[in-house]
Ligand binder design. Structure first.
Ligand code: DX5
Ligand code: ZN
Length: 218
């Protein structure tokens, strides 16, 4: 059941003093998406960047901007992220009381809507939002930091999510994020993932382009 994956390099592990270089490196590669990890210091114990940074880098790439919001009350900001240049806006199931309303806000901006779940959140929570989602993101580490180890249980979650997607909305894509390398990436693809997010495996290594090529060929 092997198929060619979408690779979404996460700039979280890139050198923040020259993010434009990271974007250009991705532009020159065959990676289809760029993954932006937005953190608010509340939903996760870390802070990164917000709309201005994404907006500033948008003119430098035509790749799909895959924006992963690890922020509380994402409903307050999704419109601004849409206008900053996000193509896909993914919010956490755990971060909002009115997930369906956030989805409506994202769709009203003409953007794709994604929903993410943490490692201890059951896949069953997604059943009523999958019909309205363009993307489901299974977190395979606790969100907040790059460079953590893949949590094995994520494989069962990917399989179940794929099953629900097949039954409820086959157009929806399945993304996995956290601890992805050539080994975990392959297992995740076999479990049904369509999109591999990778940060440290790409930007933490000597030859980021080679890492991207490796993941694309899994
Ligand atoms: C973690 C982020 C990830 C992170 C993955 O909270 O959502 O996208 O960049 O980093 P690696 O690939 O190093 O686990
Ligand atoms: Zn992410």
């Amino acid at each position: 059941m092997n198929h060619s994956p979408i690779v979404a390099p996460s700039v979280l592990s890139a050198d923040f003093s020259c993010l434009k270089n990271a974007v250009e490196l991705i532009n020159e590669s065959q990676a289809q998406w760029i993954h932006w990890d937005v953190m608010d210091g509340r939903f996760v114990p870390n802070l990164t960047f917000g709309m201005p940074v994404i907006n500033a880098l948008r003119p430098y790439s035509t790749k799909v901007f895959d924006v992963h919001l690890m922020i509380e009350q994402p409903e307050k900001y999704v419109q601004e992220f849409a206008r900053a240049g996000a193509d896909i806006i993914t919010v956490h199931y755990e971060a909002t009381t009115h997930l369906h309303r956030v989805m409506q806000k994202v769709k009203n901006e003409g953007k794709k809507f994604g929903v993410a779940i943490n490692p201890a959140t059951p896949v069953d929570c997604l059943r009523d939002i999958i019909p309205y989602s363009d993307l489901v993101l299974i977190m395979s580490v606790n969100p907040g930091f790059g460079g953590q180890s893949f949590i094995d249980r994520s494989i069962e979650k990917l399989k179940l999510a794929k099953e629900y997607i097949a039954g409820l909305n086959p157009e929806c894509v399945l993304e996995v994020d956290g601890g992805i390398n050539e080994t975990t990436g392959k297992i995740a693809l076999e479990a049904g993932a369509d999109v591999l997010v990778a940060g440290s495996y790409i930007f933490g290594r000597k030859n980021p382009k080679k890492s991207i090529e490796t993941l694309l060929k899994l």
